[in-house]
Design a protein around this ligand. Structure first.
Ligand code: FES
Length: 161
């Protein structure tokens, strides 16, 4: 159990999802996990344990799926995922200082989520847009030719007004 899960998790939403789903087969697992993540924002281990108990699908099978697909999160995840590139092309053009600027601006480290659950900050090996190095994505939006000075304005677009 992670630190964030020391808080009890409300299983009522899961109950509702399972009632609507009816009989769950192994092939229903991915859409079911997507729906659960939509509601909880991530997949709490207590919810997966309960899901296993209710459906008979082993937790090992669930963790196999959850860790295979990057869309699933076992820890609370922000509404927007920032993916800053640490690949070679970005690195030689200042990617590291861009990543540092993101971390500084948000006050979190790599792999962490802001307290307001707005952003999760990750780094990735290559975004496939090396010609725009240094590059990052916020959700499905690409940003390139970044400098530390651009970060505040870009991330400001995703903050509630
Ligand atoms: S190395 Fe950064 S986008 Fe490819």
């Amino acid at each position: 159990m992670t630190d964030v899960e020391k808080e009890p998790v409300d299983l009522a939403p899961l109950q509702g999802i399972l009632e609507r789903a009816g009989r769950v087969r192994d092939t229903d697992l991915i859409p079911l996990l997507q729906e659960i993540q939509e509601v909880y924002g991530y997949l709490p281990s207590a919810v997966l344990a309960q899901l296993s108990q209710r459906t008979g699908i082993p937790t090992s099978r669930m963790f196999g799926v959850v860790t295979f697909y990057s869309q699933f999160h076992l820890k609370p995840h922000g509404r927007h995922t920032i993916r800053s590139c640490r690949g070679t092309a970005c690195h030689v053009r200042g990617g590291r200082v861009v990543s540092e600027a993101i971390a500084r601006h948000l006050g979190i480290g790599e792999g962490e989520t802001t307290a307001d659950n707005l952003f999760t900050f990750e780094t990735v090996a290559c975004l496939g847009t090396c010609f725009l190095a240094p590059a990052m994505m916020v959700g499905s939006d690409y940003y390139g030719l970044l400098t530390p000075e651009k970060i505040k304005a870009i991330l400001g677009r995703y903050s509630p007004k």
